[in-house]
Design a binder for this molecule. Structure first.
Ligand SMILES: [Zn+2]
Length: 395
């Protein structure tokens, strides 16, 4: 059996006035996704269980068949896995953003999309100055860096994601739990290192806002996940432009296929991803193709761009995969959104997203297009959401 899974990140939405009261999935010309829904099972599932923040990490864990209650330990450890960092048993992994805090308010959770050379210089300075605090800083992509902190593995901490508190007083979101004194000291020392650094002198000369602070969040211990092949059977690979999916794939023992021009943004290389996905099926049982573009368009509040992203995913990835699968004696395909990203709020939502799967041994039931409303009308629920993978692979 050959399997394909296509994950258009954040594809689901709500009816939008700028689309005549329709959702992007309803407006987009997506004949291949519609074919999957109309010739198989169309349903909905709660990818983000109650108590979790709707995000790609939790949503995708559910879609790929892992219970977030058991398998989710934070965003930072997944990113550490993506970068192949070795985490010692006594260390806690934190996401370390560069941010700008002004007048006690979180002004910018990216420090003005800090340039890579600036971030690298600041991370090097922090690593040198704060080594005696048990801090191990790792540079990432611009504002998205990691901190491995020693003697902190058992901590229970509540830290706010900085993108959720923009414009709000940071004092209201101060760390709570064990280890807060040490966290406060690290933040304070980091503030001093950053304030006195050449990077900020140059930014001020250029009329740019300063970097003021690091912000720690998304912490956890590395999750140990049962390998996907042992759990479900198929040997799988993932194609993605984002570290969260890369990290999850590594933790699940899946291969990660890097496609040139896979940016994790709306300008991603759709055709390259489609071709790589088709090629991978020659030597593997399953390909998971993840595309971030629909999610990014919704975060920008751009409905037309979201429609365009869905159409490109359909034409350049789902279409070629269906063609390739049809050449195999036995095959199945699944299309699923990890969570809705609402163009109205520009944020993620915990509304249950739709999924559709079709192929060998799966009878057509709904004869409906791949839309939120059709999935709701059909009334097919998979609960809990992580059961879907077992149903899909027939294990
Ligand atoms: Zn997502």
């Amino acid at each position: 059996m050959k399997y394909a899974i296509v994950l258009p990140d954040g594809a689901a939405d709500v009816p939008l006035p700028q689309l005549g009261g329709k959702t992007p999935l309803e407006v987009a010309r997506i004949p291949n996704m519609d074919w999957v829904a109309g010739n198989g099972r169309l349903g909905r599932f709660v990818t983000v269980p109650a108590g979790f923040t709707p995000a790609t990490d939790v949503g995708t864990l559910s879609v790929l068949g892992y219970d977030p209650h058991v398998c989710y330990s934070g965003r930072a450890p997944i990113e550490a896995a993506a970068r192949g960092l070795a985490v010692r048993p006594d260390q806690m992994v934190f996401r370390c953003n560069f941010v700008t805090i002004r007048g006690g308010l979180m002004q910018d959770n990216t420090a003005g999309h800090i340039r890579q050379d600036e971030a690298d210089a600041l991370i090097a300075a922090l690593a040198a100055e704060l080594a005696d605090e048990g801090c191990e800083f790792h540079a990432g992509v611009t504002y998205r860096n990691l901190l491995l902190l020693s003697d902190a593995a058992g901590w229970t901490l509540r830290l706010a994601p900085p993108h959720d508190i923009i414009g709000q007083p940071v004092a209201a979101h101060a760390p709570r739990g064990t280890g807060v004194e040490r966290i406060a000291r690290i933040l304070e020392r980091a503030r001093a290192v950053i304030a006195g650094h050449d990077v900020n002198r140059r930014r001020l000369e250029q009329g740019r806002d300063p970097v003021t602070d690091i912000w720690l969040w998304g912490q956890g211990r590395p999750a140990v996940l049962e390998p996907f092949a042992a759990r479900f059977g198929p040997r799988a690979a993932v194609i993605t432009g984002v570290d969260i999916l890369r990290g999850m794939a590594r933790l699940m023992g899946m291969e990660v296929i890097e496609v040139p021009g896979a940016t994790g943004y709306i300008d991603t290389n759709y055709a390259g991803k489609g071709e790589a996905a088709v090629r991978a099926l020659d030597r593997l049982d399953m390909i998971v193709a993840h595309v971030e573009a629909a999610d990014e368009s919704a975060h920008m509040g751009n409905a037309e761009e979201k429609v365009r992203a869905l159409e490109r995913i359909d034409a350049a990835i789902v279409g070629p995969l269906l063609e390739r699968l049809a050449a195999s004696p036995e095959w199945r395909i699944l299309v699923a959104a990890d969570h809705p990203t609402l163009t109205t709020t520009r944020g993620h939502s915990d509304i249950p997203p739709p999924f559709a799967f079709a192929g060998t041994g799966i009878a057509a039931v709904e004869r409906a297009p791949f839309t939120e409303a059709a999935a709701e009308r059909g009334g097919y629920w998979v609960t809990p959401a992580h059961d879907l993978m077992r149903i899909f692979v027939g294990a």
